[in-house]
Ligand binder design. Sequence first.
Ligand SMILES: [Zn+2]
Length: 178
Amino acid sequence: MSNQNGSLQRGQQMNIFCKGCGKKVDTFVVGDYRYGSPIKTCPKCKAEYINPVYHEIETDGISPDAFDIKKLLIVLLIGVIFFVISAAMHYYEVTTLDYYHTIYIAIMVISIIVILFAIGDIILIKTGLKEKRNERKRQESVQRMSNPEYALKLREFGYNVPQKYIPEEDTVHNKTEI
Ligand SMILES: [Zn+2]
């Protein structure tokens, strides 16, 4: 289930259609990684479907990018480069020309948001706050998985559910004989 979108472009928005009634029930962005149950219910016909951007930490783990400081530093660097270029262009326009383009101001603002986001995330990682937050999310996942009905349903949808969540009677016939 999780590599179903392997050939799709990252960032591409996808629609999910209900297999029960054919209605468009949800959208997701390829490459997004959110925590929560991937099993959703169609509001119209109550059929269940999978939204692949949602992940149970207990089956899929945390986002592979969650603690990637190197990636955040690259994002930070790109933000700084864009800020410097747009600030230089804006400065050039206001000092030597009698007009200026608002696009450079917009890029400056977006760059600052990107820079603050990257710095904020690095601080969250370095202070351990992000780990704490992820642990809380993991506990929520444990809670959902503790319902055997839910764990079995996830397995039916193709998720690799750890044995500890599978009820005894469902594991017995899978055991190899000594
Ligand atoms: Zn439906």
